[in-house]
Ligand binder design. Structure first.
Ligand SMILES: *Cc1c(COP(=O)(O)O)cnc(C)c1O
Length: 521
């Protein structure tokens, strides 16, 4: 391959590389792994030797070092504070990652979540001692069902993808209860989030793709043709569709899509990750939706956690509500109770207990502090902000589709044509400008996609700063300054990482240097 003067390695040296003895750069401290910082014989606590206990391990006790890092308290503090300073966060700056709704997490949420009645309760406590917590869950369910106009909600799923699993398991339970176990085909649009087909397959369905049209929406011709002549006893189990879709566009034909699917005896799963564009304006139940997950960590301002404390409640239609998982909260004559035992229709249980209490308290705080009018306003501001970004950049970047957008602005890489700069280079250059890059190369239906979701959190001044930076980068790209784009990020602590190797061959375990040497021999 010809590299035309490009550095052969993306991590090639540059004038900005660190030259200090310590590895520190001014006030930015170099951070080693915790294992490399401590030594096993050091500890931050001083516990007495246990004595007078006979071992009951039958000779299986460990004799060698277990290799835990040993650090004093100040060393531990520094380690984690240094790591935290390397994080980019919504509390630090604009986080325009599309499809993820990185909105501000209000501090009031934190205050309420820390109240002992919500934070210090245990799932095995008698329900008579946790009435307030159960009431909060009941109230949250009520808000979610009202906003969606749906008769039931399962609170237990712990992420959006887990919520998809919940919805599809409810659909499967309903099909099986109806003696329709031959219905195993799920339609999934080409622009779907990867979790949709993954969920369908996980539930034992086969996936049948529907193409997108040149307006970034479901190709209705293709869908009608696929379903033509199929009666209610067809093999169609349902459709999984995101609305607004992953191109940031409202599916205009959604009512007809729901009708077509129902006529083929299938159920309509709506991926509700983009609910932030609809709250207070459109109720999914009115669109014919049978099941939809809601990412509390997107729409309702709870923190995103890498596989950690998410919550993806799933609303269910009349047809599916009896198949909801346990446990769920009910109101009784003298308070609230948790229904723990699955009846025959319920598909069972998704997790040991009731789900993510800490997220419920934050989400309900957000809802109640905004009120119905405030939630609607947040939605409108999110859509307005995205359209402001789209309009302000469409003369220099290339919008992927004509017209206005919902809550996210989608561009493609046509504006970079013949500049030698690629989507990836452009995103890396944004890091030097102090921004977390937008979502790149997704949705796959758009070449070199750049998906920007500003959310309602950003002020006009902040958006203007962002837009100025983007316009500046475009200008530089078009002026032939390819080399600096290929070098970016220059100011980040780590330069271009080998993302392919990291995904294909992740090194997940630290081995002490001595073992490394042995392994090499
Ligand atoms: C985020 C997202 C999901 C998955 O949600 P998680 O909470 O990350 O599991 C599914 N679909 C779409 C469109 C999303 O944006």
């Amino acid at each position: 391959m010809k590299t035309e003067g490009r550095p052969t390695s993306p991590m090639a040296a540059n004038s900005n590389d660190v030259t200090t003895v310590s590895g520190n750069k001014a006030l930015e401290q170099a951070t080693k792994l915790i294992f490399e910082t401590g030594t096993p014989n050091r500890t931050g606590v001083d516990l007495p030797e246990p004595k007078g206990r006979a071992s009951r391990l039958g000779g299986h006790e460990r004799h060698g070092e277990i290799g835990l890092p040993g650090l004093s308290e100040p060393e531990t503090m520094r380690h984690y504070v240094r790591l935290s300073q390397k994080n980019y966060a919504i509390d630090l700056g604009v986080y325009p990652l599309g499809s993820c709704t990185m909105k501000h997490n209000p501090r009031l949420n934190e205050k309420v979540a820390r109240l002992p009645g919500f934070a210090d309760v245990h799932p095995l406590q008698p329900t008579s001692t946790v009435q307030g917590a159960l009431e909060l869950m009941y109230e949250l369910s009520d808000w979610l069902m009202t906003l969606c106009n749906m008769p039931a909600v399962a609170l237990t799923p712990k992420a959006g993808a887990h919520g998809e699993l919940c919805g599809m398991m409810a659909i499967r339970a309903r099909l099986d209860a109806d003696g329709a176990s031959h219905k195993r085909r799920v339609l999934v649009p080409e622009s779907a989030h990867g979790t949709n087909p993954a969920t369908a397959v996980q539930c034992g369905f086969s996936v049948d793709e529907i193409p997108a049209n040149d307006k970034g929406r479901v190709d209705m011709e293709a869908l009608r043709e696929k379903l033509s002549g199929l009666g209610a006893d067809s093999d169609i189990a349902g459709i999984m569709l995101t609305n607004p879709n992953t191109c940031g566009l409202f599916e205009n034909d959604i009512i007809e899509i729901a009708e077509l699917i129902h006529a083929a005896g299938g159920y309509f799963y709506c991926d509700g990750a983009n609910f932030n564009a609809l709250v207070g304006r459109v109720r999914p139940g009115d669109l014919g939706v049978d099941a939809m997950h809601i990412n509390l960590h997107k729409t309702f301002s709870t923190p995103h956690g890498g596989g950690g404390p998410g919550s993806g409640p799933t609303v269910l239609s009349d047809a599916l509500k009896d198949h909801a998982p346990v446990p769920y909260v009910v109101k009784t004559d003298d308070g609230f109770d948790l229904v723990e035992d699955a009846n025959e229709a319920s598909f069972g249980r998704m997790c040991a207990f009731h789900g993510q209490m800490g997220m419920y308290s934050r989400a309900l705080t957000y809802m109640m502090s905004h009120g119905a009018d405030g939630l609607k306003q947040a939605t409108e501001d999110a859509v307005l902000n995205a359209n402001y970004v789209l309009a302000s950049l469409s003369d220099v970047m290339t919008p992927a589709f004509e017209g206005s957008c919902m809550h996210e602005a989608l561009f493609d890489d046509r504006f970079l044509q013949d500049t030698g700069v690629e989507t990836l280079d452009f995103a890396k250059a944004m890091i030097d400008e102090g921004y977390h890059p937008m979502t790149m190369y997704f949705p796959l239906v758009v070449h070199g996609a750049m998906l920007i979701e500003p959310t309602e959190s950003e002020s006009k001044q902040e958006l203007d700063r962002f837009i100025r930076s983007m316009r500046h980068l475009v200008e530089r790209a078009k002026s032939g300054d390819v080399e600096s784009f290929k070098q970016a990020p220059i100011y980040a602590p780590k330069r271009r990482l080998d993302e392919t190797q990291a995904a294909r061959k992740p090194v997940l375990r630290w081995t002490p240097p001595s073992e490394d040497k042995q392994a090499a021999e």
